[in-house]
Design a protein around this ligand. Sequence first.
Ligand SMILES: *Cc1c(COP(=O)(O)O)cnc(C)c1O
Length: 364
Amino acid sequence: MNFNSALENIKSYEAGKPIELVVREYGIDKENIVKLASNENPFGCSPKVKDAVRAVIDNMSLYPDDSMVKLKSALGEKYGIGLDELIVGAGSDQVIEFAIHAKAHNGSKVLMNSVTFAMYEIYAKQVGAVILRTASREHNMEEFYALYQEHKPSIIFLCTPNNPTGDALDVHSMISFIEKVDNDTLVIVDGAYMEYARFKDPSKAVEPKDLIQRFDNVLFLGTFSKAYGLGGMRVGYGIASASIIKALYKVRPPFNITTLSLEAASVALKDEAFVTECIADNFKEMKRYKAFADEKGIQIIESYTNFVTLSLPDGKNSSEIAQALLKKGMIIRDLSSYGLNAIRVTIGTQVQNSRFFELCEPLL
Ligand SMILES: *Cc1c(COP(=O)(O)O)cnc(C)c1O
């Protein structure tokens, strides 16, 4: 059968391996498997969220509140923005999809970093858009500007902090770049790890409210999947001028967020103390990765997220190391598909991280 020809050069997204698959493929007991592959919060979500979800379980037969007023009000309050400046998606992934489908079409140009979140390319290719990438591994605003001037793309992605490298943009350099960009270019600032960056270094902390007050061509993305520990609930959001949000609403399917997910995300926002504690622990544990890498003479990219990217020396192969770890029940991310001889490891609990060092020790 013939399909939309735009799909021919798309490779489907390769998600982190689920624990169940490793149980089946390698016959390892579930309790002995550690998953540090998808940047989930190792402490899960706030206990208050679990109670709240249990309390709405009887509402499952009814369609969810499609106005999402409870969640949107909570987000509006957190960020000091209006409800017409917000859209909620099944993960921020879905908001990326909305934005590309609303703005780009066959032949549109979409500019992104050389190494960045894989879904930008996948959604862009679905509409037949052309992908442009910078050269450097980390975001370089001069390279972005040169490519912008040459190609006048319709969408620019800035992923800060960036996945899978962990580096973050300085807010001032990001703003000076956006100031030079034409109003008809949609600039998408993906802040999936912004909670971590804000904790570690305020000079990297993007304030969505400031951004959208200044620019009506910017879309900021946030998610509940990382710091808030709700990856399984699939909730993310976009913040932008009302005119952008109005366009995104035209491509949104109705009831795109479940009742349980809406409740979970709304309540998660009310327990910021839980999230801050998790983030503090994350950076404490990250120091152990730095020490481990130093000891092994391995280069580690300064990370503003809940993961570290270890660049492997010549003679060590990231796919082989990821495979060897997998056989021992340790799931991490091989970055060879991004063109890097590197592995990405989510910061886990103290026990999980110790296990990683123990298993990695003989391999490096
Ligand atoms: C995890 C992630 C997302 C999306 O996560 P959702 O679970 O879809 O909200 C978006 N961007 C980046 C950079 C990510 O790492």
